[in-house]
Design a binder for this molecule. Structure first.
Ligand code: 1GP
Length: 241
């Protein structure tokens, strides 16, 4: 599969909204993949993201192979670490945690990843990853040892996103954190969207169709949902094609 980014750009130009279902290899059992993916296939989801903050070596590859057996949707790695890179997926969000100041997550892990990426055909999509405070400590915060940006400091959030774009990143991802108690506020999404020419991803704490639509309306081009589907697969019924 090629042209993942081109497809995102084309969708943005047409005002078509995208939805990624996030699957954490640490939480998904192989025997439940087939049933779960059949629900994804019947929903409006356009992408499957695979990744987590703390995933054991080899787990991601086995899971991606299993998912591939059941869907034609593009599978994009959303890796918390270099060990999650596998050629079995179609693409990878090459995330730089630009809200933080930990050199490992800004550039260090990326240097480490290159020897693995060289041997793959993955489409690499440079992504500015911005963690925004949601009230409780997220696993990204804990693992990366960085502080999220404050919700009320919209100026810094906007400037961070724009700096990412000016550095040549192709996507900006506003992250409230997996299982966040509050999704990113719509005013933050719309202010950031106004700054950017590149597609905007929003994720973390989105649990209802209303919240999903509000994020789209505010300017998110692609929304990522993981926990809500993990906790209640009937949510897919509300999102049928
Ligand atoms: C987490 O943005 C993703 O990295 C999705 O978050 O699990 O809260 O949907 P949820």
């Amino acid at each position: 599969m090629s042209g993942l980014y081109e497809h995102m750009i084309a969708a943005k130009a047409k005002g078509e909204k995208l939805l990624a279902v996030l699957i954490d290899p640490d939480k998904m059992k192989l025997e439940t993949v087939s049933n779960f993916i059949s629900k994804v296939n019947q929903s409006v989801a356009t992408h499957i993201f695979v990744g987590g903050s703390e995933v054991g070596e080899g787990t991601t590859e086995i899971l991606v192979e299993e998912i591939k057996k059941h869907t034609d949707l593009p599978i994009i790695l959303f890796p918390g670490d270099v060990i999650q890179i596998t050629d079995k997926a179609d693409g990878i969000l090459f995330l730089s945690l630009i809200s933080g100041r930990n050199p490992d997550y800004l550039i260090g892990k990326h240097v480490e990843a290159v020897s693995k990426l060289r041997d793959t055909t993955l489409e690499v999509i440079p992504t500015g990853y911005i963690l925004i405070k949601n009230g409780k400590q997220t696993s990204v915060e804990r693992v990366s040892q960085t502080k999220p940006l404050k919700r009320d400091d919209v100026k810094t959030i906007k400037n961070t996103a724009k700096a990412g774009e000016l550095l040549g990143m192709k996507l900006i991802y506003l992250e409230a954190g997996s299982g966040a108690t509050h999704a990113i506020e719509t005013n933050i999404i719309s202010k950031v969207m106004q700054e950017l020419n590149i597609p905007l991803i929003v994720g973390g704490g989105i649990r209802s169709k209303i919240e999903l639509e509000s994020a789209y309306k505010a300017g998110a081009d692609l929304v990522v949902i993981g926990t809500a589907f993990e906790q209640d697969e009937t949510f897919f019924d509300e999102l049928k094609k």
